[in-house]
Design a binder for this molecule. Sequence first.
Ligand SMILES: C[S@@+](CC[C@H](N)C(=O)[O-])C[C@H]1O[C@@H](n2cnc3c(N)ncnc32)[C@H](O)[C@@H]1O
Length: 386
Amino acid sequence: MSVARVTPRGAERWVRGHPWIYRSEVVEAPSEPGLVRVHDSRGRFIGQALYSPRSEIRLRLLERGDRPLDAAWWRERVAAAAERRRGIDATACRLVHGEADGLPSLVVDRYDRWLVAQILSAGLETVRESVVEALRACFAPEGILLRDDAPVRRREGIAGTPVEAHGSVPRQVEVREAGVRYLAAPWDGQKTGAFLDQRPNRVLAGRLTRPGGRALDCFTYHGSFALHLATRAASVLALDSSAEALERGAANAALNGLDNIAWREADVFDALRELARGLERFDTIVLDPPAFAKSRAAAAAALRGYREINLRAMRCLAPGGVLVTASCSFHVRLPEFLTMLSEAAADSGRRLFLRRILGPGEDHPEVLTIPETGYLKGAVVEAEER
Ligand SMILES: C[S@@+](CC[C@H](N)C(=O)[O-])C[C@H]1O[C@@H](n2cnc3c(N)ncnc32)[C@H](O)[C@@H]1O
């Protein structure tokens, strides 16, 4: 196996529990991607890693010891990830959450009897067969789809299109989520076909929905929150800028026999402004926007965006109404998100209670020493009953 040598600073990062070593911290490395043995500046072996020659993140730690990274090693890591999810009651959930499961740059989601995986680094790409074999051995799926169209693969020089690596995977898979059903789109839906990270928050939002009330789902995608809200509310207004996603939302409503959701193609910024101006009031509002901050430099502008939509949503809350609000921007951390919310609340002129702080489901574990494993944060805010 090839050898890479790293600076003391690079080696220190592994000691402190973070698996990445950056370009500037690598002093010697092979020219091709793959598995490498890593030495510190004094030539001591410190671990085995995935090497990506074009990535800012050059080395991703797999194993601190000398053990061969053979088929048994991959099977054990995948099995350990599966064990961490034991007891999750959903037909779709995350099975491997990359760095958090000791399998850097690998994402695997289950959709019923099928798996959808993303191999997100050039280093991991070189052991594609081992990954697929481990998934087959651990889960015996009917099919495995590799989403080689994931955008970050372009930066790694491994852009591609979705491909079946085992069996066959349907274009649509029905998912059951606490009494609600929806169709995920493994081949062409966002991420691996659905936003699985919000699963428990969708169930919670359903439970918090006022029976017979009016609900609003902003950034609905294929209606995953709206469906939960609609099982209790008298009416739901679901907003998204993607006509294609809304069409799938309407199909999902039909699948559940729900006819109380109005699907509207709109820019949420404009729509919320109009709803607030028109003194429209809702008992339940969900805000689940896309990541506004794609980089640290974009965080300030993103916070202004979050503040605007949260302020307008707060103004649209009926007395006693509940706002479920989230951000999936890694670069906006929880304290900044909560500060933004308190500023929006101050501007809203309403008295609002912070009822709960939200994160993703336990199938998306966050490791404290690897902040990148946690990006989704949110809150439940309740307006004073008057
Ligand atoms: C994070 S996803 C929502 C996921 C969804 N709530 C769920 O649980 O499945 C964000 C959605 O926002 C939509 N979107 C992005 N910008 C928008 C905008 N300015 N106005 C309306 N929708 C927008 C995207 O089409 C996408 O469906």
